[in-house]
Design a protein around this ligand. Sequence first.
Ligand SMILES: [Zn+2]
Length: 261
Amino acid sequence: MIEKSIYEDYQINFSDSYTSNDAYYFVFNQDRELYLDNDNLINNISSFNINFSLYIGQYKNKDCFVVNSDFEKGYDLKEVYEIDKDIYLMAAKAVLVNDWYISHQFCGRCGTETEVDEKDMMLKCPKCGQVHYPRIAPAIIVAIRNEDKLLMAKHSYHDNIRYALIAGFVEPGESIEEAVHREVSEEVGIKIKNLKYLKSQSWPFPNSLMLAFEAEYDSGDIKVDGDEILKAKWFKKDEIIRYASDISISDWLIQRFIDNN
Ligand SMILES: [Zn+2]
């Protein structure tokens, strides 16, 4: 994962009416693909058919905009990460602004067309007053250690089924720590102890905030549901099959386990 802060290169702001003639444009199509020209952001969008354009602040000392357009083929965010990590870091925010604006054009409560409130990057319903902010889904991921072994499980929802760390969405009404204990219990049937929060990562696939923990095995035998989780087992560090990319906090957690063993 990228260790640097998005705010090293970015100053937050928002407007749907501000214009500029010297800017960086994060142009996305309907498949959330980013347009790059020779692996670079573009400074001119005059040749694009623009669905909407939103000013989101300053990026590398220039104005920057999220633009939605209809071009054929761009780069998905995981490809952008491999091309240029700085561009990825900012594109991963820009795409969430793009998604928020597309999906809240009408009030989810009463169906009226919403209006932009520039003060706070929010879409407001002029009829019922409901406000619509970008939606972020918190999710936990945990590296569970038993002496020199790490617990990994095969999740049925992955496209190519492979072993991964235990993870899941935070449910309404629970703390993030409660979410970890519940997910571990549901997915592999064991109890954990010494749970410790480590760090977080914005994960725009499609809109998660990943909260990374580590914990130690406490008690119980591994028992999987055979539906969401197909198999789970303990891995020594040289038995772990690494991911192809280091984009995720999951990869960072695995690397941390390997480094500390
Ligand atoms: Zn409404």
